[in-house]
Ligand binder design. Structure first.
Ligand code: DNO
Length: 358
C-alpha cells in the first residue's frame, strides 16, 4: 500500500504540501482539478501542472479523487454519450500523464450526506455526524442551507452551492430512475470506458454511497457486498474496481467490513480507512481512527487489506477537528496526520508478524 492524504489544491486547502510531506510515511497525495464541473474535459496542461506542483513538493500524485460523473450518464438521458466521450478524453489525458487510479461515485443528487458537521464529542473535538431522524425531518432542498453554516468557509466537494441550487431540477431528473436503471446506466458507462482504462492501465475505483442506504427516496446501489459483487461481475474487468471506504460501508452495521474486503480481492484499487462511533444503528458520529474510540476493529480491516495483497493508495479519511484547527470539516491536518501514523503502525505490525510466521 501507499499511504497518502487527500489534498484540495493550493487554492482551496488550508493544509499545505509542505505539511503533508512531514507526516511520517505519507508519500503521496490524492487530488483533483477542483473548479472543473462534471462532464467537462480536463486540460492536459492543468493535469500536468497539478502533478508537477505535487512532485516539486517531494510527493507523488497517487490518484484522482474524483473525476465526477455527469448526471446525464447516471440517469441515462439521450445526451449521455457526449458526456461519456468527454470522460474518456479526460481519462486518456490522465493516462498519458501517468496517472493510474481514478475514484468516482454513482450517487444520485447528493454525494455523501451528513446532518451535522461539528458535533462535539466528550473530548471537546468536533466531528461530522448523521442521524436518520434529522434526514427524515428535512426537506432535501434545504439540505445545503442546513449545514452551510458549519462548512468553515470551505466549498465541500459534492456540496457546491451551484449544484445545490439545482436540487429540485436534479430530483426531477431522477424521478424515473430506480436501482435497476441505475445499475444498467452504470454498466453502460463502464463498458464504454473500459477500453481506455485497458489501454492506459487506469484502475477505476467506485466510491460507496454514504450512508449506505437510500436517502430522500433516491436510489443508492453501491451499499453492500451483494451489490458490489454484482457490479464487479456485470463488467468483469480488473480495471473495474472499488474504493473500499470503511466509513461509508460501515454506516450499515450489517456490512461485515473485513469479509467484504476479502471478497473483493484484487478489485480494491483505493482505500479510505476511518472509524465510526454508533450511538444507535441510525445515529453515528465520526470517531478518531483508533479502534477503541469507535465501533470498528481497525486492526482487522488493515489485516484483511494486507492479506488480500492490497497495493494501491490508502488514506486516512475524515478526521476530527482538534487543537483549535479551522479547516474544511473532516479534512484538517492534525487528526488525519494522527490517523495516517496509526494506520502505518498497524500495517507495520501486521506485516512484521506475517513475515515472522512464514
Ligand atoms: C467524502 C468523500 C466523497 C468522495 C466521493 C468520490 O469525504 O469520501 O465525497 O470523494 O464520493 O467520488
Amino acid at each position: 500500500m501507499q499511504m497518502t492524504l487527500r489534498w484540495y489544491g493550493s487554492k482551496y486547502d488550508t493544509v499545505t504540501l509542505k505539511q503533508i510531506r512531514q507526516i511520517p510515511g505519507v508519500t503521496g497525495v490524492i487530488s483533483t482539478l477542483y473548479g472543473t464541473a462534471p462532464g467537462e474535459v480536463w486540460e492536459a496542461a492543468d493535469i500536468l501542472a497539478l502533478k508537477k506542483e505535487i512532485q516539486d513538493a517531494g510527493l507523488e500524485l497517487a490518484g484522482i479523487e474524483s473525476v465526477n460523473v455527469h448526471d446525464a450518464i447516471k440517469v441515462g438521458s439521450p445526451d449521455r454519450d457526449r458526456y461519456i466521450d468527454n470522460y474518456i478524453t479526460t481519462l486518456e489525458r490522465l493516462g498519458q500523464a501517468g496517472i493510474h487510479m481514478v475514484c468516482y461515485n454513482f450517487m444520485p443528487v447528493f454525494d455523501w450526506t451528513r446532518t451535522e458537521l461539528a458535533r462535539m464529542r466528550p473530548d471537546g473535538s468536533t466531528v461530522l455526524a448523521y442521524t436518520q431522524k434529522a434526514v427524515d425531518a428535512l426537506d432535501p432542498e434545504k439540505m445545503f442551507d442546513s449545514i452551510a453554516g458549519e462548512m468553515n468557509g470551505a466549498v465541500m466537494p459534492g456540496w457546491e452551492p451551484e449544484r445545490m441550487a439545482r436540487v429540485k431540477e436534479l430530483f426531477e431528473m431522477y424521478k424515473d430512475v430506480d436501482d435497476e436503471k441505475l445499475f444498467a446506466n452504470l454498466k453502460y458507462f463502464l463498458e464504454r470506458i473500459m477500453p481506455v482504462c485497458d489501454k492506459y492501465d487506469i484502475n477505476m475505483a467506485i466510491h460507496p454511497d454514504d450512508p449506505a442506504w437510500s436517502v430522500f427516496g433516491l436510489p443508492r446501489i453501491i451499499i453492500n457486498k451483494a451489490n458490489i459483487l454484482r457490479m464487479m461481475k456485470m463488467v468483469d474487468n480488473p480495471h473495474n474496481g472499488v474504493t473500499f471506504c470503511s466509513g461509508s460501508y460501515g454506516t450499515n452495521l450489517e456490512n461485515d467490513l473485513p469479509d467484504m474486503i476479502r471478497s473483493l480481492k484484487g478489485r480494491i484499487h483505493f482505500a479510505h480507512v476511518r472509524n465510526l462511533k454508533f450511538n444507535s444503528p441510525d445515529d453515528f458520529e465520526e470517531a478518531a481512527h483508533l479502534s477503541s474510540d469507535g465501533t470498528f476493529d481497525m486492526y482487522e480491516i488493515m489485516r484483511a487489506l494486507y492479506e488480500t495483497g492490497f497495493s494501491g493508495p490508502i488514506r486516512p479519511d475524515h478526521g476530527r477537528m482538534i487543537w483549535g484547527e479551522t479547516a474544511m470539516p473532516g479534512y484538517g491536518l492534525y487528526d488525519r496526520a494522527l490517523g495516517a501514523a496509526y494506520l502505518n503502525g498497524l500495517w507495520e505490525a501486521i506485516e512484521k508478524q506475517a513475515l515472522r510466521t512464514v
